[in-house]
Design a protein around this ligand. Sequence first.
Ligand SMILES: *Cc1c(COP(=O)(O)O)cnc(C)c1O
Length: 398
Amino acid sequence: MSQRGKKATSTELIHHPYQPPAGFESPVVGVHKASTVFFPNVAALRSHHWLNKSGYTYGLHGTPTTFTLEARLATLEGAKHVMLAPSGLSALGVVNMTVLRSGDTVLLPDNVYNPSKELARHELAGWGIAHRLYDAMKPETLRAALGPDVKLVWLEAPGSVTLEFPDLPALVRTVREAAPQATIAFDSTWSAGLAFCAFDFGVDVTIHALTKYPSGGGDMLMGSIACRDDALYERLAMTHSRLGLGVGANDAEAVLRALPTLALRYAAQDASARRIAEWATTQAPTVRQVLHPALPGSPGHAHWAAISRAAAGLLTLVFDPAIAPERVDAFIDGLELFRIGWSWGGPVSLAVPYQSQRLRQLGGGYEGVIVRLCIGLESTDDLIADLQSGLERLRREV
Ligand SMILES: *Cc1c(COP(=O)(O)O)cnc(C)c1O
């Protein structure tokens, strides 16, 4: 094997002569694994830089697999630059740590993905970074919260769990007018890069929980950070790199495999969730209100309709507040197809109860229990039958 004579087996097993076949192309991208990346010589080691992705330097700074995934996500998101992170939450963290310094303030919508509030309350507060909340459905509360100390404003559409859809263009305008120094970050997870493009409304940076629709399996965690501006990308990429955030090649390949079916899955889950939402409106008074941005009457429906035709497969049922929380728990426990668990975007439908007033610091929320449903890929008729018999059980067990 070796032209330099017979080596020990241990050596031959490391310095194997394998070369990937030239001219080999298949529908999937190869799983390229590396911490170490070999350089042909010392001069190359000294001259290579990873920031512009012109070459490979170290596993943490990218492999052919992760560069390909980043490029595809940039296309999907309408961004120029994308970085991968081990989870959606860690992607949020990268944006916060890049933009914010001690003495700065970050603004969050009161209906934001709740762990984002926890990050602000604990980690950011500990570093001397303040946060203030605003009501995304009232742009005047955003204006009131803006000041020269505000360096970062988070937007999300729709809100987590209660799915209110804000007037995104109005929120962005408000920040640009009253706090031109602030970076605007958008959590794009619900849109999955399909329902609308947040960059069209002028946000600076978006994050995704690839954990949800892009992975589509309910079996892995990953996040991404995307932007258009080169200077902002350099800052984000340096913080991302100094924090040492990498993703495994097998996980990156799993997302690459799932992306070709993303639009089909999203559309199927969207159609199914809309049918279930419409059916649920016939379940009054047990179900007092159905929250889904595409449903006329749902908070912010007109804002959603102004910018999008597509929606994620999420809906929330507001139960009659006269129904005790234990009875709603029993309703969920009794469901056959809906499983109980966090996250969404996978093949299995999920149900989780919340007390929405506990998630709000600015007041609002719904009296009584609300149940967030994530619609999977099961037959819609089977899911409606499951919910129907659950509601009949709940009504019988007074
Ligand atoms: C799930 C989710 C996240 C976090 O993603 P993880 O990969 O679970 O950390 C962030 N934002 C939104 C809107 C989410 O739904």
